[in-house]
Write a protein that binds this ligand. Structure first.
Ligand code: FE2
Length: 274
């Protein structure tokens, strides 16, 4: 079973650039080309939020036209830049978007793996949370999923990054504590995956591994100084390719979204592998 995670597409209305600089739809189209090239190697694609930049109907319309080229089934999640009702209005055929009532959260099976997608947003705010209702829903879903491997996905990472600039916009610490306590009681949770940070991070969390995925377009500039101004940088776009096998569990490849020189066969001049 293989699924790709792409995140933080930040689609603007046609002709507009994110932050006046980034043609995010262009980058999404490059990602779609790469994912389509994988063809039957992929079972699904999970898009972990910040689908659009401003939560506007015209942005979701443009997103839909871009995603219509995808040849692999895909599932949509909300991030802090999204608006639940505008998203649902543009994707009425994605019925799972209504499974969580008020919240855009759902469970889907991709082969033997169950993905439980959580809604961690506070509309209008950058930081995230999980209220009692969302945590109770997750509790029920996890109880019903004890017989299979599970990936829990939410836009906001639930762990500290140790970078002051980033830590102010994560899942609130009390929600993260409650989420960790819940995950801890379900050892079949293979991974907790997020977007939001536009970088790759890993942390121990609730007895499993939590990770984030780079964005399809711009990345967040890493600056460890305490008073660093938030900035973005055009580091290589990338995605996460999650592979699940019974013997190995979930294994993740970090894959760059760009054209590079090669590949060259190792056997061509008797070079050994790696
Ligand atoms: Fe984002």
């Amino acid at each position: 079973m293989r699924f790709a995670q792409i995140t933080d597409l930040h689609i603007k209305p046609p002709g507009e650039l994110a932050y006046g600089k980034v043609d995010t739809a262009h980058f999404l189209n490059l990602a779609i080309d790469e994912l389509n090239a994988l063809g039957e190697q992929l079972d699904a694609i999970l898009i972990t939020g910040d689908l659009v930049d401003g939560g506007k109907p015209e942005e979701y319309r443009y997103l839909r036209s871009c995603l219509s080229r995808l040849q692999v089934p895909f599932y949509l999640m909300v991030g802090n830049h999204d608006a639940r009702e505008a998203l649902r209005a543009e994707f009425p055929d994605h019925a799972y978007l209504n499974d969580g009532g008020t919240y855009v959260q759902y469970a889907v099976d991709v082969g033997p793996l169950r993905i439980i997608a959580l809604d961690s947003i506070i509309e209008g705010a950058s930081a995230g949370t999980l209220c009692d209702e969302r945590l109770a829903w997750l509790d029920t879903e996890l109880q019903q999923s004890r017989d299979r491997p599970v990936v829990v996905a939410l836009h906001h990472p639930p762990f500290s990054t140790a970078v002051a600039d980033l830590d102010g916009i994560l899942l609130d610490p009390e929600a993260a504590r409650q989420l960790a306590a819940l995950i801890q009681t379900h050892p079949n949770v293979e991974r907790v995956i997020s977007g939001h940070l536009h970088r790759t991070l890993y942390a121990r969390f609730g007895g499993t591994i939590a990770s984030t995925c780079p964005a399809t377009a711009h990345q967040v500039a890493l600056d460890l100084r305490e008073n660093a101004a938030p900035a973005f940088i055009m580091e290589p776009p990338a995605y996460a390719l999650h592979l699940w096998e019974p013997a190995s569990g979930l294994v993740t490849h970090h894959v760059y979204l760009a054209k590079y020189d090669g590949p060259y066969l190792y056997g061509a001049d008797n070079a050994s592998l790696s």
